[in-house]
Design a protein around this ligand. Structure first.
Ligand code: ADP
Ligand code: ADP
Length: 229
Protein backbone atom coordinates (compact mmCIF):
# COMPACT_ATOMS: atom_id res chain seq x y z
CA UNK A 1 0.00 0.00 0.00
CA UNK A 2 0.85 3.69 0.05
CA UNK A 3 2.82 4.65 3.17
CA UNK A 4 3.26 8.36 2.50
CA UNK A 5 1.69 10.80 0.12
CA UNK A 6 0.06 14.09 -0.59
CA UNK A 7 -2.92 15.22 -2.62
CA UNK A 8 -3.43 18.62 -4.22
CA UNK A 9 -0.72 19.99 -2.01
CA UNK A 10 -0.34 23.75 -2.00
CA UNK A 11 1.97 25.97 0.01
CA UNK A 12 2.05 29.74 -0.02
CA UNK A 13 4.58 31.61 2.09
CA UNK A 14 3.17 35.03 3.00
CA UNK A 15 5.35 37.80 4.33
CA UNK A 16 3.46 41.07 4.45
CA UNK A 17 2.16 41.66 0.92
CA UNK A 18 4.63 39.24 -0.63
CA UNK A 19 3.11 35.87 -1.40
CA UNK A 20 5.33 33.01 -2.60
CA UNK A 21 3.35 30.02 -3.92
CA UNK A 22 5.63 27.00 -3.97
CA UNK A 23 3.46 24.15 -5.31
CA UNK A 24 0.80 23.76 -7.92
CA UNK A 25 -1.63 21.11 -6.65
CA UNK A 26 1.08 18.56 -6.05
CA UNK A 27 0.34 14.82 -5.88
CA UNK A 28 2.71 12.12 -4.66
CA UNK A 29 2.31 8.53 -3.50
CA UNK A 30 5.15 6.54 -2.00
CA UNK A 31 4.53 2.81 -1.75
CA UNK A 32 5.75 0.40 0.89
CA UNK A 33 9.48 -0.22 0.49
CA UNK A 34 9.80 2.17 -2.43
CA UNK A 35 12.77 4.54 -2.64
CA UNK A 36 12.15 7.91 -4.30
CA UNK A 37 14.61 10.68 -5.14
CA UNK A 38 13.51 14.29 -5.51
CA UNK A 39 15.73 16.48 -7.66
CA UNK A 40 15.25 20.16 -8.34
CA UNK A 41 17.07 23.45 -8.56
CA UNK A 42 17.78 25.49 -5.47
CA UNK A 43 14.56 27.23 -4.42
CA UNK A 44 12.33 24.74 -6.24
CA UNK A 45 10.68 23.75 -2.96
CA UNK A 46 12.37 20.45 -2.09
CA UNK A 47 12.90 21.25 1.59
CA UNK A 48 9.41 22.69 1.86
CA UNK A 49 7.95 19.49 0.40
CA UNK A 50 9.92 17.33 2.82
CA UNK A 51 8.83 19.47 5.79
CA UNK A 52 5.19 19.14 4.74
CA UNK A 53 5.45 15.37 4.17
CA UNK A 54 7.11 15.06 7.57
CA UNK A 55 4.40 17.01 9.35
CA UNK A 56 6.86 19.71 10.43
CA UNK A 57 4.81 22.33 8.64
CA UNK A 58 1.17 22.64 7.61
CA UNK A 59 0.23 23.06 3.94
CA UNK A 60 -2.00 25.94 2.93
CA UNK A 61 -3.92 23.58 0.63
CA UNK A 62 -4.37 19.86 0.16
CA UNK A 63 -3.59 16.92 2.38
CA UNK A 64 -0.63 14.88 3.57
CA UNK A 65 -1.13 11.19 4.41
CA UNK A 66 1.26 9.26 6.65
CA UNK A 67 0.69 5.55 7.22
CA UNK A 68 -2.97 5.93 6.35
CA UNK A 69 -3.58 8.96 8.56
CA UNK A 70 -4.62 12.36 7.30
CA UNK A 71 -2.15 14.68 9.06
CA UNK A 72 -4.53 17.65 9.26
CA UNK A 73 -7.10 15.52 11.12
CA UNK A 74 -4.71 14.81 13.99
CA UNK A 75 -4.04 16.83 17.12
CA UNK A 76 -0.50 18.17 17.54
CA UNK A 77 0.24 15.41 20.06
CA UNK A 78 -1.09 12.67 17.80
CA UNK A 79 0.83 14.07 14.84
CA UNK A 80 4.02 14.14 16.91
CA UNK A 81 3.51 10.55 18.01
CA UNK A 82 2.81 9.42 14.45
CA UNK A 83 5.94 11.18 13.18
CA UNK A 84 8.05 9.50 15.83
CA UNK A 85 6.57 6.07 15.13
CA UNK A 86 6.11 6.05 11.36
CA UNK A 87 8.78 8.41 10.03
CA UNK A 88 12.53 8.79 10.32
CA UNK A 89 14.43 11.97 9.51
CA UNK A 90 17.99 12.42 8.33
CA UNK A 91 19.16 15.93 7.55
CA UNK A 92 22.38 17.40 6.23
CA UNK A 93 23.17 18.30 9.83
CA UNK A 94 22.85 15.38 12.25
CA UNK A 95 20.71 17.04 14.99
CA UNK A 96 21.99 14.59 17.59
CA UNK A 97 21.65 15.83 21.16
CA UNK A 98 25.16 16.88 22.26
CA UNK A 99 24.82 15.90 25.93
CA UNK A 100 23.75 12.33 25.17
CA UNK A 101 25.82 9.38 24.00
CA UNK A 102 25.30 7.76 20.61
CA UNK A 103 23.41 4.93 22.33
CA UNK A 104 21.14 7.35 24.23
CA UNK A 105 20.47 9.40 21.10
CA UNK A 106 19.31 6.30 19.24
CA UNK A 107 17.34 5.01 22.26
CA UNK A 108 15.35 8.22 22.49
CA UNK A 109 12.80 7.62 19.67
CA UNK A 110 12.16 4.14 21.07
CA UNK A 111 11.57 5.52 24.57
CA UNK A 112 9.30 8.24 23.14
CA UNK A 113 7.36 5.44 21.52
CA UNK A 114 6.57 4.13 24.99
CA UNK A 115 8.97 1.16 25.10
CA UNK A 116 10.94 -0.02 28.10
CA UNK A 117 14.56 0.98 28.66
CA UNK A 118 15.78 -2.58 28.12
CA UNK A 119 14.13 -2.88 24.73
CA UNK A 120 15.25 0.61 23.68
CA UNK A 121 18.83 -0.19 24.70
CA UNK A 122 18.85 -3.46 22.81
CA UNK A 123 17.35 -2.05 19.62
CA UNK A 124 19.61 1.01 19.67
CA UNK A 125 22.67 -1.20 20.19
CA UNK A 126 21.74 -3.49 17.29
CA UNK A 127 21.11 -0.56 14.96
CA UNK A 128 24.36 1.16 15.93
CA UNK A 129 26.24 -2.09 15.34
CA UNK A 130 24.68 -2.44 11.92
CA UNK A 131 25.93 1.05 10.96
CA UNK A 132 29.41 0.11 12.20
CA UNK A 133 29.30 2.07 15.47
CA UNK A 134 29.29 -0.85 17.89
CA UNK A 135 32.54 0.48 19.34
CA UNK A 136 31.20 4.02 19.77
CA UNK A 137 28.09 3.46 21.90
CA UNK A 138 29.31 5.61 24.79
CA UNK A 139 30.65 8.44 22.66
CA UNK A 140 28.92 11.81 22.55
CA UNK A 141 28.39 13.50 19.14
CA UNK A 142 31.35 15.82 19.78
CA UNK A 143 33.58 12.77 20.14
CA UNK A 144 32.50 11.26 16.80
CA UNK A 145 33.73 12.04 13.29
CA UNK A 146 31.38 13.65 10.77
CA UNK A 147 30.73 10.33 9.06
CA UNK A 148 30.13 8.62 12.40
CA UNK A 149 27.64 11.30 13.43
CA UNK A 150 25.69 10.83 10.20
CA UNK A 151 25.72 7.05 10.69
CA UNK A 152 24.33 7.57 14.21
CA UNK A 153 21.65 9.81 12.69
CA UNK A 154 20.79 7.04 10.21
CA UNK A 155 20.51 4.56 13.10
CA UNK A 156 18.24 6.96 14.97
CA UNK A 157 16.04 7.42 11.89
CA UNK A 158 15.56 3.67 11.45
CA UNK A 159 15.38 2.43 15.05
CA UNK A 160 11.56 2.50 15.26
CA UNK A 161 11.31 0.60 11.96
CA UNK A 162 9.42 3.53 10.42
CA UNK A 163 7.27 3.22 7.32
CA UNK A 164 9.36 5.87 5.60
CA UNK A 165 12.60 7.78 6.04
CA UNK A 166 12.76 11.37 4.84
CA UNK A 167 16.26 12.49 3.90
CA UNK A 168 17.31 16.05 3.07
CA UNK A 169 20.81 15.84 1.54
CA UNK A 170 21.82 13.44 4.33
CA UNK A 171 25.34 13.05 2.98
CA UNK A 172 25.73 16.60 1.67
CA UNK A 173 28.22 17.68 4.35
CA UNK A 174 30.58 14.74 3.98
CA UNK A 175 33.58 14.22 1.74
CA UNK A 176 32.90 12.07 -1.31
CA UNK A 177 34.24 8.80 0.06
CA UNK A 178 32.52 9.09 3.46
CA UNK A 179 29.31 10.20 1.75
CA UNK A 180 29.33 7.09 -0.43
CA UNK A 181 29.82 4.83 2.61
CA UNK A 182 27.03 6.48 4.62
CA UNK A 183 24.68 6.46 1.64
CA UNK A 184 25.33 2.76 0.95
CA UNK A 185 24.64 1.96 4.59
CA UNK A 186 21.41 3.94 4.65
CA UNK A 187 20.10 2.47 1.41
CA UNK A 188 21.08 -1.06 2.46
CA UNK A 189 19.28 -0.79 5.80
CA UNK A 190 16.23 0.80 4.20
CA UNK A 191 15.97 -2.05 1.71
CA UNK A 192 16.60 -4.68 4.39
CA UNK A 193 13.80 -3.27 6.59
CA UNK A 194 11.56 -2.55 3.60
CA UNK A 195 11.41 1.03 4.78
CA UNK A 196 10.45 3.53 2.10
CA UNK A 197 12.75 6.45 1.44
CA UNK A 198 12.13 9.93 0.12
CA UNK A 199 15.47 11.53 -0.57
CA UNK A 200 16.01 15.15 -1.51
CA UNK A 201 19.32 15.48 -3.29
CA UNK A 202 21.05 17.38 -6.07
CA UNK A 203 23.35 14.41 -6.70
CA UNK A 204 22.07 12.57 -9.77
CA UNK A 205 24.45 9.67 -9.22
CA UNK A 206 22.77 8.99 -5.85
CA UNK A 207 19.31 9.59 -7.27
CA UNK A 208 19.88 7.04 -10.02
CA UNK A 209 20.22 4.27 -7.47
CA UNK A 210 16.66 4.72 -6.17
CA UNK A 211 13.49 3.14 -7.58
CA UNK A 212 12.02 6.40 -8.89
CA UNK A 213 13.43 9.83 -9.64
CA UNK A 214 11.13 12.86 -9.59
CA UNK A 215 12.03 16.40 -10.50
CA UNK A 216 10.42 19.37 -8.79
CA UNK A 217 10.10 22.25 -11.22
CA UNK A 218 7.61 25.14 -11.45
CA UNK A 219 5.67 23.71 -8.51
CA UNK A 220 5.13 20.36 -10.22
CA UNK A 221 6.66 16.92 -9.81
CA UNK A 222 7.66 15.12 -12.99
CA UNK A 223 8.84 11.53 -13.13
CA UNK A 224 12.19 11.27 -14.93
CA UNK A 225 12.95 8.34 -17.19
CA UNK A 226 16.20 6.49 -16.41
CA UNK A 227 17.98 8.07 -19.41
CA UNK A 228 17.06 11.56 -18.17
CA UNK A 229 18.72 11.18 -14.76
P1 ADP B 1 14.74 24.05 -2.06
O1 ADP B 1 14.80 23.17 -0.85
O2 ADP B 1 14.34 23.34 -3.30
O3 ADP B 1 15.99 24.85 -2.24
P2 ADP B 1 12.86 25.56 -0.47
O4 ADP B 1 11.79 24.64 -0.12
O5 ADP B 1 13.88 25.88 0.58
O6 ADP B 1 13.55 25.12 -1.81
O7 ADP B 1 12.22 26.96 -0.91
C1 ADP B 1 11.21 27.05 -1.91
C2 ADP B 1 10.75 28.50 -2.04
O8 ADP B 1 10.07 28.89 -0.87
C3 ADP B 1 11.89 29.50 -2.23
O9 ADP B 1 11.41 30.50 -3.11
C4 ADP B 1 12.09 30.04 -0.84
O10 ADP B 1 12.61 31.33 -0.89
C5 ADP B 1 10.69 30.02 -0.28
N1 ADP B 1 10.69 29.82 1.18
C6 ADP B 1 11.16 28.72 1.83
N2 ADP B 1 10.97 28.85 3.16
C7 ADP B 1 10.37 30.05 3.36
C8 ADP B 1 9.90 30.75 4.51
N3 ADP B 1 10.02 30.24 5.73
N4 ADP B 1 9.32 31.95 4.31
C9 ADP B 1 9.21 32.46 3.08
N5 ADP B 1 9.60 31.86 1.95
C10 ADP B 1 10.18 30.67 2.08
P1 ADP C 1 16.78 23.62 7.02
O1 ADP C 1 17.29 22.43 6.29
O2 ADP C 1 15.41 24.03 6.60
O3 ADP C 1 17.75 24.78 7.06
P2 ADP C 1 17.17 22.08 9.46
O4 ADP C 1 17.70 20.98 8.62
O5 ADP C 1 18.05 22.67 10.49
O6 ADP C 1 16.58 23.25 8.57
O7 ADP C 1 15.87 21.57 10.20
C1 ADP C 1 14.71 21.35 9.48
C2 ADP C 1 13.53 21.42 10.38
O8 ADP C 1 13.37 20.21 11.09
C3 ADP C 1 13.60 22.50 11.43
O9 ADP C 1 12.33 23.09 11.51
C4 ADP C 1 13.94 21.78 12.71
O10 ADP C 1 13.41 22.41 13.83
C5 ADP C 1 13.27 20.46 12.49
N1 ADP C 1 13.92 19.32 13.14
C6 ADP C 1 15.23 19.15 13.33
N2 ADP C 1 15.49 17.97 13.90
C7 ADP C 1 14.31 17.36 14.06
C8 ADP C 1 13.89 16.09 14.59
N3 ADP C 1 14.75 15.19 15.05
N4 ADP C 1 12.59 15.78 14.59
C9 ADP C 1 11.73 16.66 14.13
N5 ADP C 1 12.04 17.86 13.64
C10 ADP C 1 13.30 18.22 13.59
Amino acid sequence: GVVLGCRSLGMVYAEGKLRTPVFDRLDLSVREGETVAILGASGAGKSTLLHLLGGLDTPTEGEVFVAGHRMSALSDAARGALRNRALGFVYQFHHLLPEFTALENVMLPVMLNGREVAEATERARILLESVGLGHRLGHKPGELSGGERQRAAVARALVNRPACVLGDEPTGNLDEKTAATVFDLMLGLNREQRTSLVLVTHDRRLARRLDRVLELHDGKLRELQPDEV
